[in-house]
Design a protein around this ligand. Structure first.
Ligand code: HPA
Length: 280
C-alpha cells in the first residue's frame, strides 16, 4: 500500500472509537481563533499528542486538539491549531489532518488563517475571503505516488473555493455589517516574514494577501473531493508597506482583536451552510 495512505489509515483506525459524531464541516482555526471552540456545543476533544503519528504544532498561540461538537445544528470537527510546513514536518504530514477529517465524514472544509495584507485597500483587522490562491511558493502536497483511493493524479484546480459557499459567506457578512474583502492568497513557506522586495514581487503577481498555511490544505481537500472555503484575517500590512518591523506578537494581537467578529462570521456561515446546502 502507498506509505502515505497506510499512515493515514492507521491513524484513522487508532482514533476511530474517539470520534463521537460524523462531522459535516471541518473547521481549521488559525492564529487568534484558537479559543473558537468555546462557541461550539462541545461533545468531546481529542489532543493531537494522543494520536499516533499525528503532527503536533509547536507555534505559540496554536493549541493542539480536535474539538467535536455542534455549530448550531451542524456537526463539526474543529482543529484548534494546525501544523505548518516550516515546523519541519514532511508536507504529507502537514496535510494528513485534512485527509483524516475527510475520512471522519467531513464534506466541507472551512479554512481560516492570519495573513499580511498586500492589496493597498486592505488594513490590519480586515477579513479577506479567498477567491483563489497561488501555490507555486510552497511544495505541492500531492507530489509522490498518487493515492488513488482519495483522488486523481491530476486534479482540476479551476474552482477550488466553492462558489455557493462563497456566496453564503458574502451574504452573512453583509447581514452582520462585516466589511468582507475578497482576493487571492499566496502561501509562502515561512518561517521568516517576506522581504519588501518579495512583497513587491507578490503584488505584481496579483496577490492580495500572504501567509504560511492554507493553500497546501486546500490542494489536498480539493484532491479528495471536499467543498472548500477560506477566510483570512489580515493582521498586518505586509513587509515594506508600513514603517514597522513585523512580529508574531503583533500578528497575534491583531488576530485576537478581530476574533469576536471573525468568530461570528464563521459561526453564522456554518449555520447557513447547514440550512442552505441541505444534505451536505
Ligand atoms: N506574512 C506571512 N504570514 C503572515 C503575515 C505576513 O505578513 N502576517 C500574518 N501571517
Amino acid at each position: 500500500m502507498n506509505k502515505v495512505y497506510e499512515k493515514l489509515t492507521k491513524c484513522y483506525e487508532s482514533i476511530r472509537d474517539r470520534i463521537p459524531i460524523e462531522p459535516k464541516v471541518a473547521l481549521i482555526l488559525g492564529s487568534g481563533l484558537g479559543d473558537y471552540a468555546n462557541d461550539i456545543r462541545v461533545v468531546s476533544t481529542l489532543p493531537y499528542q494522543e494520536i499516533d503519528g499525528f503532527p503536533v504544532s509547536t507555534v505559540p498561540g496554536h493549541k493542539g486538539q480536535f474539538v467535536f461538537g455542534y455549530v448550531g445544528e451542524v456537526p463539526t470537527v474543529c482543529m484548534q491549531g494546525r501544523v505548518h510546513y516550516y515546523e519541519g514536518y514532511p508536507i504529507t504530514d502537514v496535510v494528513l489532518p485534512i485527509r483524516l477529517m475527510k475520512m471522519m465524514g467531513a464534506k466541507i472544509l472551512f479554512l481560516t488563517n492570519a495573513s499580511g495584507g498586500i492589496n493597498t485597500n486592505f488594513g490590519a483587522g480586515d477579513f479577506m475571503m479567498l477567491n483563489d490562491h497561488i501555490s507555486c511558493f510552497a511544495p505541492n502536497p500531492l507530489i509522490g505516488e498518487n493515492i488513488e483511493e482519495l483522488g486523481v493524479r491530476f486534479p482540476d484546480m479551476s474552482s477550488v473555493y466553492d462558489k455557493d459557499l462563497q456566496q453564503i459567506i458574502r451574504t452573512v457578512a453583509k447581514e452582520n455589517g462585516i466589511d468582507l474583502k475578497e482576493g487571492v492568497y499566496a502561501q509562502l513557506t515561512g518561517p521568516s516574514f517576506e522581504s519588501p522586495a518579495e512583497i513587491r514581487m507578490l503584488s505584481k503577481l496579483g496577490i492580495d494577501a500572504v501567509g504560511m498555511s492554507t493553500v497546501v490544505e486546500a490542494i489536498t481537500a480539493n484532491h479528495c473531493g471536499m467543498k472548500i472555503c477560506a477566510i483570512s484575517c489580515v493582521c498586518n500590512l505586509a513587509a515594506g508597506l508600513s514603517e514597522n518591523p513585523l512580529t508574531h506578537e503583533e500578528v497575534q494581537e491583531a488576530a485576537n482583536a478581530a476574533a469576536p467578529k471573525f468568530k461570528n462570521l464563521v459561526t453564522q456561515s456554518i449555520i447557513r451552510f447547514g440550512a442552505e446546502t441541505g444534505n451536505l
